[in-house]
Design a protein around this ligand. Sequence first.
Ligand SMILES: O=C(O)[C@H](O)[C@@H](O)[C@H](O)[C@H](O)COP(=O)(O)O
Length: 276
Amino acid sequence: MTSLLPTHLAVPSLSLFISFGSRVSARSVMSSNHQIRVFPSPAELALSLTQLMINESQGKSSFSLGLSGGSLVSLLTRELTKTTGLDTKGWKVAMCDERLVPFTDPESTYGEYLRQLIPSEKLSESQFITIDPSLSVEECAADYTKKLREILPGNDIPVFDMLILGVGPDGHTASLFPGHSLLQVTDQIVAPISDSPKPPAQRITLTLPVINAAKTVVFVATGDGKAAVLKRILQEEESDPLPAARVSPVNGTLLWFLDETAAQHLTCPVEKHSVL
Ligand SMILES: O=C(O)[C@H](O)[C@@H](O)[C@H](O)[C@H](O)COP(=O)(O)O
């Protein structure tokens, strides 16, 4: 099959287009800037994701990347640490959201990337844009806003090259939770949250305007626990859409990277990929 994506977003893989059923909503229709890719296993997904990151950053003097926490950390770092010939010199890595805890706390997302990634020397600590966990959550969001504006100057809304997001079984993404007032924020690029339903309660998060300004947004979801919510996000037209369903890059590309278990309830068109 010929990919509709720009060549830098095409992933070298055996891919087979399949269309399931007839229940297709506007959200789930694949287009040149919206694709759902399904992999036989999380390992194949991670390999393809790494290839995508390499393709997108190749030949660029700088590559701004936002990473999420949760299960993504080990899925991604396991693959990145064994990738050879990776040129990450220009990479600047921010967090799509971060928990307000010291970096030594196992709950710290940056702390986890640090522990799992730095020993492999694929990235250095200085390439990460980190929060200051000694601040109050409001000050922390303001400080992180300043740091992001420094690395991504020139636009009212900073434009990341790539954001990698997870999705919770409740449909949250980054630290944007269903029904939360942060979903309405339009005048901040980083917002504080003190009542996160997923512990720890205090976090900072990118807001929807900055997520939707990114050039490429990749959602990663694996496992049974995500299957039901993915069907809602990708196939239902809800009057009050779940946070992950509100992600729709204005000028960018939206890619869903799922394993077969997470995609088990989808009846919309998807691309099946196998890279091993
Ligand atoms: O603080 C965090 O945990 C995240 O950054 C969060 O937004 C995560 O991406 C989702 O909760 C999915 O997490 P799982 O993949 O672990 O379910």
